[in-house]
Design a protein around this ligand. Structure first.
Ligand code: ATP
Ligand code: MG
Length: 774
């Protein structure tokens, strides 16, 4: 053993060492979170290089997310330096892209093939179903696409699918699959699932190609093995098969934790880890039981929650780190109060000098929950970054909507005007845009004026064809109609809704089958909520100054120059610009707070973790609540979340959270009750007698300074309606619905209502809910 090798084993416990030095047979390491699985993989690679004469080019290491791959590469580089570069460290998908590009000549595609993402895929499936004249209701591209994806994850071709089809739907899906696949090839493209499936098929079909990779990669290591699907499993098997008959196969080492399997919805199958010993009969299994990441308190919290899952093997995970701090619990009035609490707490932690921003992470269940944190963090000037998602104000649809508002507020804002000129598509092409632009240049008038000339006076703008001219006239008409609303002093929220409706923007998204368009609609609704809240804030500010304010005073009540009227469109845009410009917050040496979803957090760790939105219907997700299997997966997600924390863990929930622009009363997450109360220091728990809440109470936002105050106006707490399961109702916003559940009594009564395509919503039956029983 060299000095270098000995150093690699230092700082590992005996079991971990065993795993690092193990040679000669497949190796499975199963262990709970934070027990050093990824560390073992990393050290094992270094050990192979240092002690077993393995060349870095002989090592293939597969991680599940790009984030984990980057972190691993970093860890490996830190151990072995630049030599690490010859090694393949990547996700399954990027590894396959690499192989397929090298072997393109065998596949009948050019090596510059495109990789279609989910969005492209859905669109192509849609084209095929249209061409085959399938009923779009029965054969929604989203559903058909998901079926095709499932088939591919099971390595089934279109022919296989046709053979197995037992009903009309499956036969049709198989047919679409076949055409879709042919179109992909014509487009010189692969979708995500193809990447894996094609690589497997390549290795199976072409022994010479397979031999090359089998000879080359003598060591295959897979992290997060619990989240592999069947195709990925087959790929691993194909890679570690003997290069030629009788040859020594590559050494396989996989690590995972079935309690952290969170991708079943993408076909991940924990059988791969559970039955590893069956798949590889001479395999060696090593269990790790010491957790090095978290305090005992955090670990106990995680263990207690995950213990509720049925059909799992109990693990004894312990920590030497001591009990540490209690878990901090916080019940917020609403999501703004929750974000304000998080911001204030981060501020306090950083002020003590114990932590930097970069030590801190905030997790949530779905991407859309980031918006409120972004707003609050930007306002208090806290540097943050969002991992694996786009900031709310950077999302395309939000920028489009804001561009409309900017143009309405300032018609000469050429950048915004040109952004929305043909959004949604209305037949004003690039050529027409250029004609108008050069006309404006020549005449020395603004683009907006030139557009108006083009609209009103056909023939004035040279080169503009009639079709474009008409389209421009239509666009100008829309702007004029919207302009009238501005003149009349309509609220910004109303204005936004008019923009969505008059331009056909939301109609186009509603008609689309693309799931991304669904979240675009959510974001647009969220923007209306932002505008409403802003108006509410302004109204409060107005009321506050009203008594002293003398409109006949010496300034004649004129607004101060340069300061927009509170509540006005200009004021709203100003406020949004500041939030949207969060990038300009300097990243001082404290670093940035990290925001991400629970799924993205897998494999990572932070000294301080905030787990937010612990409400039934948010987390666990509404979709999972009725299905034991999905609920178990959500619970694993809770386990993943809790075990990201090293020293301090915060659990928070909001009593009221807006969804679709409407406040909902959410009960505590059932997972919250599963964390032993003795471990939790409730900074703020639910008040004995619930404070009055009402639909008018949420226009006002708590800030870091007024946290904890019940700033909601009085409203009747008596249930205004009594509803039973099965009752039909009409809601001003969501339309017709059916009550599917009812919980609690009196002031705490809530009902869950299925509004069909508008979704399922849980409401508190209090004064002001715009709901009628039918
Ligand atoms: P997860 O299941 O969340 O992916 P994991 O099992 O991969 O976790 P690691 O991320 O490898 O765990 O390790 C968790 C933390 O414990 C890391 O900070 C790692 O450096 C540290 N660690 C692991 N083993 C030891 C050890 N023997 N001594 C000291 N620290 C260790
Ligand atoms: Mg890990």
């Amino acid at each position: 053993r060299t000095k270098r090798g000995a150093a690699l084993l230092e700082g590992l416990n005996p079991r971990q060492r065993e795993a690092v030095v193990h040679a000669g047979s497949p190796l499975l390491i199963v262990a709970g979170a934070g027990s050093g699985k990824t560390r073992v993989l990393t050290h094992r690679i270094a050990w192979l290089l240092a002690e077993r004469d393995v060349h870095p080019g002989e090592v293939m290491s597969i991680t599940f997310t790009n984030k984990a791959a980057a972190e691993m590469k970093e860890r490996v580089d830190a151990l072995v330096g630049r030599r690490g570069n010859a090694m393949w460290v990547s996700t399954f998908h990027s590894m396959c892209v690499r192989i397929l590009r090298r072997e393109a000549q065998h596949l009948g595609v050019r090596s510059a093939f495109s990789v279609y993402d989910a969005d492209d895929t859905r669109r192509l499936v849609g084209m095929v179903t249209r061409d085959l004249e399938l009923d779009p209701k029965k054969y929604a591209p989203r559903a058909v696409g998901a079926q095709i994806s499932n088939l591919k994850n099971e390595l089934l071709s279109a022919d296989d699918a046709a053979e197995r089809a037992t009903n009309e739907f499956e036969r049709r899906v198989a047919e679409v699959y076949g055409v879709y696949q042919a179109r992909l090839r014509t487009a010189n493209a692969f979708d995500f699932d193809d990447l894996i499936m094609e690589t497997v098929s390549l290795l199976e079909r072409l022994p010479a190609v397979a031999e090359y990779y089998r000879r080359r990669f003598r060591h295959v290591l897979v992290d997060e093995y619990q989240d592999t699907n069947h195709a990925q499993y087959a790929l691993v098997r194909a890679l570690v098969a003997p290069a030629v008959e009788g040859a020594q196969p590559a050494e396989l080492c996989v690590v995972g934790d079935s309690d952290q399997s969170i991708y079943a919805f993408r076909g991940a199958n924990i059988r791969n880890i559970v039955e590893f010993e069956k798949d590889f009969p001479d395999a060696r299994t090593i269990l790790l039981e010491q957790n090095y990441r978290s305090t005992q308190t955090i670990l106990t919290a995680a263990n207690t929650v995950i213990a509720r899952n049925p059909d799992r093997r109990d693990k004894r995970l312990w920590s030497e780190a001591g009990d540490g701090e209690k878990v901090v619990g916080y019940v917020a009035d609403n999501e703004h109060d929750e974000a304000a609490f998080v911001a204030q707490e981060i501020d306090r932690l950083v002020d003590t000098g114990e932590y930097r921003n970069s030590d801190i992470a905030v997790f949530y269940r779905t991407n859309s929950q980031s918006r409120v944190f972004e707003g609050v963090f930007a306002r208090v000037g806290m540097a943050y970054k969002i991992v694996g998602g786009v900031r709310f104000y950077e999302r395309m649809e939000v920028r489009d909507a804001l561009a409309y508002l900017r143009v309405l507020s300032n018609p000469d804002d050429t950048v915004s005007l040109r952004r929305i000129l043909n959004v949604p598509k209305r037949g004003i092409g690039e050529r027409a845009e250029e004609m108008v632009a050069s006309y404006a240049d020549r005449e020395r008038i603004s683009f907006a004026t030139a557009l108006r000339v083009a609209a009103e006076d056909p023939g004035r703008v040279p080169g503009l064809v009639t079709r474009s001219q008409r389209a421009i006239a239509g666009f100008v008409r829309i702007l004029d109609e919207l302009g009238e609303l501005v003149e009349r002093g309509e609220e910004t929220a109303e204005l936004l809704e008019a923009v969505y409706a008059k331009t056909g923007y939301t109609a186009e998204l509603e008609a689309s089958e693309d799931p991304q368009d669904g979240s675009r609609l959510d974001n647009l609704a969220e923007l209306v909520t932002v505008a409403r809240e802003f108006a509410g804030d302004a109204a409060v500010a107005d009321a506050a100054v009203a008594p002293e304010f003398d409109p006949a005073g010496f300034d004649g009540g004129l607004p101060e120059p340069g300061v927009p009227d509170p509540g006005s469109l200009a004021a709203f845009l100003e406020r949004v610009a500041l939030v949207a410009d969060a990038d300009s917050i300097p990243d001082d040496d404290q670093g940035m707070v990290t925001l991400m979803t629970l799924h993205t957090a897998k494999g990572l760790e932070f000294p301080v973790v905030f787990l937010t939105g612990w409400e039934d219907g948010v987390f666990p997700h509404m979709r999972a609540m009725g299905d034991p299997a999905e609920l178990a997966e959500e619970r694993r997600l809770a386990y993943v979340g809790i075990t990201r924390a090293r020293q301090r863990l915060y659990l928070s929930r909001a009593m009221i959270r807006s969804a679709f622009g409407q406040p909902n009363a959410n009960p505590a997450s059932r997972f919250l009750a599963e964390v032993p109360d003795t471990l939790v220091d409730w900074r703020r728990s639910e008040p004995e007698r619930s404070a009055p809440v009402g639909r008018f109470g949420f226009g006002r936002r708590s800030t870091a300074t007024d946290r904890g105050s019940w700033n909601v106006p009085k409203a009747s707490m008596a249930p205004t309606l009594s509803l039973d399961v099965g009752d039909r109702v009409n809601h001003d916003k969501y339309g017709l619905g059916t009550v599917t559940a009812s919980d609690g009594t009196g002031a705490r009564a809530t009902v869950t209502i299925d509004f069909g395509s508008a979704g399922t919503v849980r409401l508190m039956l209090i004064g002001g809910v715009p709901l009628q029983k039918l």
